[in-house]
Design a binder for this molecule. Structure first.
Ligand code: SF4
Length: 375
């Protein structure tokens, strides 16, 4: 299996990968609900950091615990856990992002769905001076809790090594995205998205290594494929998105998904940890500086400015918002984002993605109509 096939196979069934990894390494797997969880600390503890993604299926079993008007990201994660599909998890770390995630954390804890359970309490306002002082203490608490949960001691060297590994992985992903857009490694948007998803769950050393080898093989791949330089580039923005059919549909209509402003995309990997700082301070600083999600306040226009920067950097002609049904934080931000994009003459389209993440004919028609309006 070549590296691209491996990433795609892992993205299709991340749970099978994690189960197999645990069996082979006889080491713990620790789940995380959000890109704000500093996976470096989990990695430093010798465990596999596993980002919850949720299977693409209706989450009927979650009805016993959650209202139906919770987003599919939360409902599918709970469904997977209740059905035993996440039985390989030794522990879970929940960042307090949105209300639905907070409730999921409560339900998880009350139903003892993993061996240990940690809540990481982020400041709501990432711009305040108190957030700067408070976040390193949050990192220190999480370190202590992980040490207790996994019965290990994390040395400064352990953390520095894990930080270096994650930085290496993030640099490789950035390089691959650049190689893709320059035509050196012209993989499709759905293939790039599969790489993002796989890199959130797989052995991070293996992921960084595979990315390096993929980049090395770029020249051959470029020779074997044709990059469509006439494609109209787009930025995709949203939460956790597992809908390769949407990316394929946009690309069939002459688009190219060039930017991935997603919880399961560049928002997870953006920003490096400053390796010259003490590890916990470096981790805290990255959280403050990385592109914020709508569940954290990062300044009134920070998300709009980030999106416009992404459009400019990638040469995109429009933004497609993939809004999960019932996601209030993302929905509340969209009017402001649309207004700011409009003011900069950037077209945008809002698509609502249902709980099971299904690609409907209606979504296809709307993509097609949007693509026809782009210059
Ligand atoms: S931010 Fe939205 S999509 Fe993400 S967990 Fe919260 S409600 Fe769900």
């Amino acid at each position: 299996m070549d590296h691209l096939d491996l990433f795609q196979a892992i993205a299709r069934d991340p749970q099978a990968y994690a189960r197999q990894w645990k069996h082979e390494h006889q080491a713990p797997v620790v789940g995380m609900n959000c890109s704000y969880v500093p996976e470096e600390l989990i990695l430093a503890a010798g465990a596999l950091p596993y980002r919850l993604i949720g299977k693409r299926s209706p989450a009927a079993g979650a009805d016993r615990h959650l209202q139906v008007n919770c987003c599919g990201v939360v409902r599918r994660s709970l469904e997977d856990s209740l059905s035993g599909d996440l039985d390989f998890l030794d522990g879970m770390v929940f960042a307090n992002t949105c209300d639905s995630m907070l409730r999921l954390s409560d339900i998880w804890r009350l139903n003892r769905l993993s061996f240990f359970h940690l809540d990481m309490l982020l400041p709501a306002d990432l711009t305040s001076r108190s957030a700067e002082a408070y976040l390193p203490a949050v990192m220190a608490d999480l370190k202590n809790d992980l040490e207790e949960g996994l019965q290990v001691t994390l040395s400064r060297q352990d953390m520095a090594r894990a930080i270096a590994t994650l930085n290496r992985l993030r640099r490789r992903l950035t390089a691959l995205e650049a190689a893709r857009l320059s035509g050196v490694f012209p993989i499709s948007g759905a293939e790039m998205q599969a790489i993002h998803i796989a890199a959130m769950v797989m052995d991070r050393h293996q992921a960084a290594r595979c990315l390096e080898e993929l980049l090395r093989s770029g020249q051959q791949a470029a020779a074997a494929r044709v990059n469509d330089s006439a494609a109209r580039r787009l930025v995709l923005s949203g939460s956790v998105l597992q809908l390769p059919e949407l990316l394929d549909c946009l690309e069939e209509q002459g688009g190219q998904v060039a930017g991935f402003d997603l919880c399961s995309g560049s928002r997870h990997f953006a920003g490096l940890v400053d390796e010259s700082l003490p590890p916990l301070s470096g981790l805290a600083r990255r959280i403050l500086n990385r592109p914020n999600c709508p569940a954290r306040h990062g300044g009134l226009l920070r998300r709009a400015d980030h999106l416009k920067g992404l459009v400019e950097d990638t040469g995109a002609r429009g933004v497609v918002f993939a809004l999960p049904t019932f996601c209030d934080p993302h929905a509340f931000d969209i009017p402001m984002l649309e207004r700011e994009l409009r003011a900069s003459n950037i077209a945008s389209l809002v698509l609502e993605i249902d709980e099971a993440g299904a690609m409907s004919e209606q979504l296809r028609t709307r993509c097609q109509a949007f693509m026809e309006t782009l210059p």
